[in-house]
Design a protein around this ligand. Structure first.
Ligand SMILES: N[C@@H](CCC(=O)N[C@@H](CS)C(=O)NCC(=O)O)C(=O)O
Length: 230
């Protein structure tokens, strides 16, 4: 059995979707990041960077439990465990891995900053808004160009590269994106949105999500609580 420590944000949703797609049995443990659960010592033991998602698979590769953090590593692990959503041939595998790394290194961090400065920052900092909105638009263009030639980001099959990227693009409006300007991306977005496992995945803990409200929550997510020595 897999124990998943998560919250309904894009990084958590990648794992909800993957586990649903693979029909693997899993138990959900809610880590309310607005309430500060990510700083509890028992969570930091499996996720030292105080971020969701993290997981413990009771049946690791050697039959013993294995704990993992970082959503990209977790997706690679689950693809290897199930033999799904990753090509078997070496060339195809690296094709997928490079698009997975593109999500981890660029799509997540840059769209996250665009969202932060456009929606959450207490002051409107024009320089930061322009910088990250432009960067978001550039990344959607990169994806649109790739998807003009291929059905999915990693090639012709739906893989962990798509599972990692899709949840980040659900809030395209808040990132300053006009989806009709990226028709190939839009076709891909809608195809993935139509998958039953994807809908089940984004339903996990969905009722618990709430807008960031109040100074305490801001302090936990973006302020002094983050920077305490632990
Ligand atoms: N690179 C990490 C990023 C994870 C991440 O940023 N998680 C956010 C939610 S989407 C989080 O847990 N934030 C809580 C915090 O920073 O205290 C991954 O892909 O797993």
């Amino acid at each position: 059995m897999i124990d998943l420590y998560t919250w309904p944000t894009p990084n958590g949703q990648k794992l909800h979707i993957m586990l649903e797609e693979c029909a693997l049995p899993y138990r959900v443990h809610a880590i309310d990041i607005g309430a500060g659960d990510q700083f509890k010592p028992e969570f930091l033991k499996i996720s030292p960077n105080n971020k969701i998602p993290a997981m413990v698979d009771g049946e690791g590769p050697d039959g013993k439990p294995i704990a993992l953090f970082e959503s990209g590593a977790m997706l690679i692990y689950l693809a290897a465990k199930t033999g799904r959503f990753m090509p078997e041939d070496v060339r195809g595998k690296y094709e997928v891995l490079q698009w997975l790394m593109f999500q981890m290194a660029s799509v997540g961090p840059m769209l996250g900053q665009a969202h932060h400065f456009r929606m959450y920052a207490p002051e409107k900092i024009e320089y930061a808004i322009t910088r990250y909105t432009n960067e978001a638009r550039r990344l959607y263009q990169v994806m649109d160009k790739r998807l003009a030639k291929h059905a999915y980001l990693g090639g012709e099959e739906y893989t962990i590269a798509d599972i990692a990227t899709w949840p980040w693009t659900r809030s395209w409006k808040n990132q300053g994106i006009e989806i009709d300007e990226y028709p190939h991306f839009k076709r891909w977005f809608e195809a993935i949105d139509g998958r039953a496992a994807v809908q089940r995945g984004i339903g996990v803990l969905a009722a618990s999500r709430r807008p960031i409200a109040g100074d305490k929550e801001r302090d936990i997510l973006f302020g002094a609580t983050q920077y305490q020595k632990r």
